[in-house]
Design a protein around this ligand. Structure first.
Ligand SMILES: Cc1cc2nc3c(=O)[nH]c(=O)nc-3n(C[C@H](O)[C@H](O)[C@H](O)COP(=O)(O)OP(=O)(O)OC[C@H]3O[C@@H](n4cnc5c(N)ncnc54)[C@H](O)[C@@H]3O)c2cc1C
Ligand SMILES: *[C@@H]1O[C@H](CO)[C@@H](O)[C@H](O)[C@H]1NC(C)=O
Ligand SMILES: *[C@@H]1O[C@H](CO)[C@@H](O)[C@H](O)[C@H]1NC(C)=O
Ligand SMILES: *[C@@H]1O[C@H](CO)[C@@H](O)[C@H](O)[C@H]1NC(C)=O
Ligand SMILES: *[C@@H]1O[C@H](CO)[C@@H](O)[C@H](O)[C@H]1NC(C)=O
Ligand SMILES: *[C@@H]1O[C@H](CO)[C@@H](O)[C@H](O)[C@H]1NC(C)=O
Ligand SMILES: *[C@@H]1O[C@H](CO)[C@@H](O)[C@H](O)[C@H]1NC(C)=O
Length: 521
């Protein structure tokens, strides 16, 4: 029914009558109307290119303005202003955490980017006690949360592999790592949120209060509101970590051991794993800075297998309990079927362990290898199809063609809350699989995206039952398929909290009504 109207409007624009991209509101008017808002912080209208970049380094969409908020009220004022402009304005609003999205999810083409890190402040407050927690700004980096809570001997329970990400950014996705099997993703460890909705309302929510918004925002891809504050559960922090890596030559024993470990009562504190495809150089790297249990056997270790699997685990301890830790670790290791010569370990502080990827970042930055394109692909695969997936993808599609880590580890669904917006596959146990390549030299962007495409196509054809994590879809049909039976709820929540589709346009799920015209012309 809307088709004739759209055609008419397109014609109107083609004839030059629409003029500028922001339809009825020329750019100068947008700056003027935003500039007139009364704020604690300020807008910038020039030199905005940094807000049009992200870690993926593949997408670049310039906004018209960047808000450096001085307060939560600034964010509410701005969103409400855009809301009041109504559905005829094309203006959208993207919260930008640390900009570590992969395909432009924290960008806003022709819209407003809110630099959430400007809100990081002295406001972080640790509450020790029986159920300790920390209140922190949505733009706070997890590394700062760790640094602050450690001063009280406390720390959050569930992490991501890399800590230079913001609270609001990871809670909008899920936040997964080697602690997820035990504590659930980060979104399972939040007690309360403060959110600015797409109407510009500031709402405090929790499982008890405004619970629909609370659950919507967790894993909600920024669609329902901007997280301005989060209350995160804490636990006593260990001082040290025994960090262990062992190798497997076959996938079946690797995954059986992983699954045994995540379901055991007494087990490790962190369990991940990665795939090693033996092309030149890689094998020298997997254990750098680790010590062999048996140096002689380790030096003789050799295999002609092209694909190996590394199980990575940690056990937390305090120095005075090192003996007990050793006993517990040995008891656990004795149940595993790794190649004995491949047992390596190292002891590091809790901070060193959790911030480990940042150490790699500094090395890569020094070589100019950090700010490069990252066509990453993150998948969630049911346990029932993981073997089929592994055979095809690791042995055939990738062969020696990957250029970055491939993570793979199982988690148990019981630690995930199905009232949140995050999508997980059917079945009790599922695997998180991350292909994290850098597009460099012979590994071009095209080459890597093509491999990703092949992996996704295989998953669809072989009915793997895959879901994307950090999802990247372009059509509504794909989003509907992603959300499946939960699409209706997702859409209803959108209508309730962001009816004009102002927020997080870079996810490409909903389009602001009038914004679709210039894009499709
Ligand atoms: C090196 C590296 C390692 C990673 N490791 C892991 C990992 O181990 N586990 C894992 O789960 N993820 C991991 N990630 C992915 C990470 O969770 C995402 O990149 C996520 O987007 C967080 O990044 P950010 O804080 O920079 O958010 P951004 O990229 O800035 O934003 C992400 C999305 O959330 C929205 N958003 C941002 N802030 C808010 C807010 N306050 N309220 C509402 N919406 C908001 C944005 O609009 C955007 O749509 C990794 C990423 C990198 C680059
Ligand atoms: C990729 O990163 C480089 C270096 O920071 C930058 O000059 C370039 O504009 C980026 N490209 C995209 C598409 O973001
Ligand atoms: C932790 O905070 C202190 C200040 O309290 C700062 O000096 C230090 O650099 C921080 N460490 C990290 C790893 O951010
Ligand atoms: C998953 O967790 C539930 C609840 O703790 C438990 O009953 C179940 O045995 C676990 N499943 C597996 C396969 O580990
Ligand atoms: C890696 O593969 C090469 C060639 O197949 C082989 O010679 C080498 O031993 C392998 N490395 C290890 C540690 O098995
Ligand atoms: C969530 O899980 C519970 C318990 O398994 C189930 O009763 C409920 O129907 C599920 N809700 C949704 C929305 O899937
Ligand atoms: C992600 O989306 C972009 C388009 O926005 C597309 O070019 C790219 O191929 C997608 N990546 C994957 C892995 O699907």
């Amino acid at each position: 029914m809307k088709q004739p109207v759209l055609q008419y409007l397109k014609l109107f624009l083609l004839l030059g009558l629409g003029g500028v991209t922001a339809m009825h509101v020329p750019k100068q008017d947008v700056s003027a109307s935003l500039g007139a808002l009364s704020l604690d912080g300020h807008f910038r209208f020039h030199d905005l290119s940094s807000a049009a970049q992200d870690f993926g380094n593949l997408s670049c969409f310039l906004p018209v303005a960047v808000l450096h908020p001085g307060s939560v009220a600034d964010i509410a004022t701005t969103v409400r202003h855009v809301f009041m402009m109504g559905e005829h304005s094309t203006l959208t609003v993207a919260a930008r955490g640390h900009g570590h999205s992969l395909y432009g999810q924290s960008q806003a083409a022709g819209g407003i980017v809110i630099r959430m890190e400007s809100l990081q402040s002295d406001s972080m407050k640790v509450h020790p006690g029986v159920s300790p927690y920390v209140d922190a700004s949505g733009g706070e980096l997890w590394i700062n949360v760790l640094n602050e809570t450690l001063k009280y001997g406390l720390a959050p329970k569930s992490w991501t592999d890399y800590l230079h990400l913001t609270i609001g950014g990871t809670l909008s996705n899920a936040g997964v790592s080697g602690q997820t099997f035990r504590h659930g993703p980060q979104i399972s460890n939040v007690k309360e949120l403060e959110i600015v909705t797409g109407r510009g309302d500031v709402v405090t929510c929790s499982p008890q209060q405004n619970s629909n918004l609370f659950h919507a925002a967790l894993g909600g891809l920024g669609q329902f509101g901007i997280i301005t504050r989060a209350r995160i559960a804490l636990e006593p922090a260990p001082q040290m970590v025994r960090w262990i890596r062992v190798l497997y030559l076959d996938f079946a024993s690797f995954t059986e051991d992983q699954e045994m470990l995540i379901s055991a009562q007494k087990t490790f504190d962190y369990i991940e794993g990665f795939v090693i495809i033996n092309k030149t150089g890689i094998l020298n790297n997997w254990r750098s800075s680790f010590n062999p249990q048996d140096a002689v056997r380790a030096s003789q270790f050799k295999t002609d297998k092209k694909v190996l699997f590394c199980l990575e685990m940690t056990k937390n301890f305090n120095p005075e309990e090192a003996d007990i830790m050793e006993q517990e670790v040995n008891a656990l290791l004795s149940q595993l079927r790794y190649t004995p010569a491949s047992l390596f370990h190292t002891d590091v502080t809790y901070m060193e362990f959790l911030d480990r990827v940042h150490s790699s970042e500094l090395k890569l930055r020094a070589k100019g290898l950090w700010e490069v394109p990252h066509p990453w692909l993150n998948l969630i695969i049911p346990r029932s199809t993981i073997h089929k997936f592994a055979t095809e993808v690791f042995e055939k599609i990738l062969k020696d063609n990957n250029n970055g880590p491939i993570l793979i580890y199982p988690v148990n669904k019981s630690r995930w809350d199905n009232r949140t917006s995050v999508v997980i596959p059917d079945g009790e146990v599922f695997y998180l699989v991350g292909f994290l390549p850098s597009a460099l030299g012979p590994y071009s962007i095209e080459h890597t995206l093509n491999l990703n495409r092949k992996i996704i196509e295989f998953c669809n054809e072989a009915s793997i039952g895959v879901k994307q994590y950090l999802p990247n879809y372009t059509t509504e049909a794909e989003w509907k398929a992603h959300y499946g039976a939960r699409w209706d709820t997702f859409q209803q929540r959108k209508n309730t909290y962001d009816p004009l589709a102002i927020l997080a346009p870079g996810q490409g799920i909903f389009q602001k009504a009038s914004a679709s015209l210039p894009l499709s012309l």
